[in-house]
Every structure is written in C-alpha cells, then in structure tokens.
Write a protein that binds this ligand. Structure first.
Ligand code: FAD
Length: 293
C-alpha cells in the first residue's frame, strides 16, 4: 500500500506527485492514457500556452513558463523522470472503495492499487459539452483539433468562442494558402470567457477578412455539407464541411459519485451520505466538487 495515489497527470496531478516524491512519500501517479498530461498533450500543435492567472504560485518543483505546448511537455516529462516520480501509464481508475487509511482502486486492466490517501486530479476534459442540435448522416462534428495544418480548402465552422475555439479558428485560418473558409460562432454578444489577447487577435483577423465572426448565433442543424444558424436576424444557411465544437466541459460528477460516494435517502430523495468525505458545491449536475481545505 502506498501513502498517496494521485489519479490524473495533468498539471495538478504532476505537481502533487512531484511534491510527494520530493518529500520521500511512497506514492503512485496513475494516468489513464499512454502519456503524461493528456489535456495539454491534446492542445493543437504549436499552441502557445498562456499562464492563467498570469502570476502562478507554483507549489511543486516542476517549472512552468508560458510557452509552446511542446516545450512545456518536454520540461515536465524530463523533470518527472529526474524527480523519480513513480508513474503508471495506461492506468485508468474505474472504481474506488474503502476509506481514508485504506482505499482500493480498481484499474481498467483489472489491477488493484491500494493507498492510504488519494488525490483526485482528473480534470474536466473527459466530459466535453456536446452539440445539442440535430446532426445529419455524414456531417462531421469533432471536439478536438490536433493539427490545424491538416485541413485544406474546407468550410469549417468553430462553435464556441472561448480560448479553445478562438485558438482553433485562428490556427485553421493562419495560412491563407490552406484555403480554408473559417467561421466562428458565439451564442452571446461578447467573449466573456476568452483571454483579451486572443479576442484582440481574432478581431484583427476578422478585420482582415480572414475569419468570419458570428455573435448571438447558435447552430440549429448540422447536415452533410451545410450548417443552419439561428441568428438575431433569423435563419441563415451556410456551406460547412466540418464543425469543431469547443463549448467547454463539465466536471465528471457521475464518475466522482460512482466511484467515491455513498448514498442515503434524505427527505425522500437520494442524497450523498453525510460525512462520506465528498460534497458538491450545489445540487446542479455541473457543480464542482468541494475542494479539500
Ligand atoms: C484547448 C484548451 C486550451 C487551454 N489553454 C490554456 C492556456 O493557454 N493556459 C492555461 O493556463 N490553461 C489553459 N487551458 C486550461 C488547462 O488546460 C486546465 O486548466 C488544466 O489542464 C487543468 O489541469 P488538471 O491537472 O486539473 O486536469 P487535466 O490537465 O485535464 O488532467 C487530467 C488528467 O487526468 C487523466 N485522467 C482522467 N480520468 C482519469 C482516470 N479515471 N484515471 C486515470 N487518469 C485519468 C487525464 O487523462 C489527464 O491526463 C486550456 C484548456 C483547453 C481544453
């Protein structure tokens, strides 16, 4: 049995694991994919990773400086190896039983890992928000973009104008030689969740006629070769070979409840048993778990 098992090797899990290793605690870092930090690994090729907030207080010995995705991953891979962090890849945790002092985690491969304490650092990317409108046969809808350079001469619609959507749209339109016609749609009038630098760069590209920006717009149907928008001025149809939907993600409440929670009947409703060590900030399905103090 290890002192602490860390589930998930994003920046949160890597920091916790590096800290445990530096303190000489027995530990294991369990990561479901075959590489560290899957969310950052899946950022689009060459992405400039910004520091949010701009002055991060680092709590572990891993370095972080704003920079290219590739450089950040290279630094973390090297420092995790140098710090002798005990990493187990291809180790997806599917169930947790027991209590503080003796937890048992079941992995997808059937293995059991026991730990006195668990740090859950699984992020939210396993739960992307999906498009809600009808999607016809043959229509292409994807929730991730690896390499914007792969697409040529396509009409591409990016749904969602947060940082991920804006960066995808700008990447797809960056090289005019690719010949993509890129449209980004946002259901609200402003860019409330995006960083100012991204919004500024997007609006500059719109001003140069390289990207079409549609505000107060939602998709009402996605068909092969065509998308239907619901806009302030009514329905608009446009050619569309591919939709890239970047509409955020929800915390994995189902997973956390299924693996960590015990339930009881309270006032006629199924509720998480008081005192079982897990609580959410509200009854809303997209509420985040309460953080440990
Ligand atoms: C497209 C995009 C661009 C972004 N750009 C920036 C940026 O420029 N600057 C910035 O500061 N932030 C950015 N963010 C946000 C940033 O990526 C997150 O805040 C950060 O990754 C969260 O870290 P985390 O460690 O909590 O979770 P994650 O990084 O999501 O890591 C979770 C890890 O847990 C693993 N995992 C999940 N379930 C299990 C399981 N059951 N068993 C084992 N392992 C599991 C996953 O495979 C993953 O490796 C961006 C996010 C996205 C999606």
């Amino acid at each position: 049995m290890v002192d602490v098992a860390i589930v998930g090797s994003g920046p949160a899990g890597l920091s916790a694991a590096a800290h445990a290793a530096a303190k000489g605690m027995s530990h294991v870092l369990l990561e479901k994919t075959d590489h560290l930090s899957d969310t950052i690994y899946k950022y689009q090729k060459g992405k400039h990773v910004m520091a949010t907030p701009s002055h991060l207080v680092l709590r572990a010995d891993l370095d972080f400086d704003a920079g290219k995705r590739e450089a950040i991953l290279e630094t973390w891979n090297r420092q995790i190896a140098e710090g002798k962090v005990n990493v187990q890849l291809n180790a997806e945790v599917t169930a947790i039983t027991g209590a503080a002092g003796d937890f048992a985690m079941t992995l997808k491969n059937g293995q059991t890992v026991r730990a006195k304490a668990i740090v859950m650092a699984i992020g939210t990317q396993g739960n992307p928000n999906l498009v809600r409108c009808p999607v016809g046969d043959g229509a292409v809808v994807q929730y991730q973009l690896d390499d914007p350079g792969e697409y040529v001469d396509e009409h591409i619609v990016v749904i969602g104008a947060g940082d991920a959507g804006i960066e995808n749209a700008m990447g797809l339109a960056a090289d005019p030689q690719q010949g993509n016609k890129v449209t980004i749609v946002n259901r609200s009038r402003d860019f409330a969740t995006a960083k100012a630098a991204n919004v500024q760069a997007l609006l500059a590209m719109e001003g140069e006629g390289r990207i079409t920006v549609m505000l107060e717009t939602t998709a009402s149907a996605i068909n092969q070769g065509e998308i239907v928008f619901d806009t302030r001025d009514g329905e608009v149809k446009a050619p569309c070979d591919r939709v890239i939907a970047r509409m955020g993600s929800a915390p994995p409440r189902g997973f956390v409840e299924a693996t960590c929670a015990e339930f009881e009947e309270r006032e006629g409703k199924r509720a998480i048993k008081a005192g079982t060590g897990i609580a959410f900030t509200s009854a809303d399905r997209v509420a985040y778990p309460k953080l440990s103090p």
